[in-house]
Design a protein around this ligand. Structure first.
Ligand code: ATP
Ligand code: MG
Length: 336
């Protein structure tokens, strides 16, 4: 049995639709117009123990909703899920002791208290014995180098320091499954890197199962072998990060360093010119034509150097996102 099993999970929200204008507002007093937003439409997924999986997707894709469902914060409209054998929204105490949710956009620590006070509270809630508590806390604070900040009120900490404290709070009870919703949002590159390094180390060491959402490709590239792309509440891709490029980018980028005296004239017939900075010329060439084009170029041009690369990952992913959102039919209006 997989540690996380999701089958045909659906979550729709009913939201009020406000219309503009006084007439419509008055009408709205009697007839409430609502519409249904399908946040998660039909997600089925298996995650094995010890996997570190990334959820990628454009804004509003349903990533946070999925993590909230798996944490039992909200109930699904239909479908089933099980995490370590628990149904998350039954909210059993035993389940709560074995997973954690960290949201980069939301504070879970007491704002006016030093982090260590919040940690003690966690110790009591999760009934962690003193020896284990101290050992875990020492380990986490030294890995994240925040020993000297434990006594400072959380509101005085920087965003990055606060995020580290949030992570410690989440890991104190040694969860086996961790849900991370944009843990590096708003952090500078150094803080981002520190959090990445920590997560990588911790996950490898403990072999816990992690689901992460992030808009930073660097996080995903550094941490996750498996990437699940969600858009419009559905899974659009499940595989390796590099596989996204193979599946969704039809082009390669060829860069030539022309020998002295050579002109770029005529190269446009092999693809779309991207950049000319003589003697270097880059152009986009359909993947299937690369070897034929290269052979022809080599026999017609004098070249000092050349390379064939994939287009930037960000570009491919944003193409994938727009590709799937072009036929958006996500919202259905209804009256009640
Ligand atoms: N409490 C709610 N009430 C009504 N609609 C909601 C609610 N929560 C989320 N939604 C809607 O559900 C959809 C999915 O939202 P969700 O927060 O899961 O997206 P996301 O993938 O996490 O996006 P982002 O990358 O911006 O964080 C959005 O259209 C959102 O407006
Ligand atoms: Mg979100």
């Amino acid at each position: 049995m997989s540690i996380i099993q999701i089958d045909q999970l659906v979550k729709s929200y009913r939201v009020q639709q406000k219309k503009e204008g006084l007439r419509e507002a008055l009408r709205g007093l009697w007839h409430r117009e609502t519409k249904t937003v399908d946040a998660v439409r039909d997600i089925s997924l298996r995650v094995e123990s010890g996997e570190f999986v990334a959820f990628l997707g454009p804004n509003g894709a349903g990533k946070t909703t999925t993590l909230k469902l798996l944490s039992g914060v909200i109930y699904p409209t239909s479908g089933t899920a099980s995490v370590m054998g628990f149904v998350p929204w039954e909210r059993s105490l035993e389940y709560r002791r074995r997973f954690a949710l960290v949201m980069g956009q939301k504070n879970q620590l007491w704002w006016d208290l030093p982090a260590q006070e919040s940690f003690r509270l966690h110790q009591q809630i999760y009934k962690i014995d003193q020896t284990t508590f101290k050992q875990t806390l020492d380990e986490l604070t030294s890995l994240l180098t925040v020993q000297s900040l434990l006594g400072r009120p959380v509101r005085e900490l920087s965003l990055g320091e606060r995020m580290k404290m949030e992570l410690i709070a989440a890991l104190l009870h040694r969860p086996e499954v961790l849900f991370l919703d944009e843990p590096t949002i708003g952090l500078d590159v150094i803080a981002q890197h520190n959090i990445q390094q920590f997560l990588k180390f911790y996950q490898e060491e403990r072999r816990i199962t992690i689901l992460l959402t992030s808009h930073y490709m660097k996080d995903v590239a550094a941490l996750c072998k498996r990437v699940v792309v969600i858009a419009q509440g559905r899974i659009q891709y499940d595989g390796s990060l590099s596989g996204i490029v193979d599946s969704f980018s039809g082009d390669k980028i060829i860069t030539l360093q022309l020998s002295e005296g050579q002109s770029e004239l005529g190269l446009e017939r092999f693809g779309t010119l991207e950049k000319i900075a003589m003697p270097r010329v880059s152009f986009r060439c359909p993947r299937n034509d690369v070897s034929r084009s290269l052979a022809e170029i080599l026999s017609n041009y004098q070249i000092d150097d050349m390379s064939v690369e994939d287009p930037p990952l960000e570009e491919t992913i944003s193409k994938l996102f727009t590709h799937v959102s072009e036929d958006r039919t996500g919202e259905t209006a209804d009256q009640s």
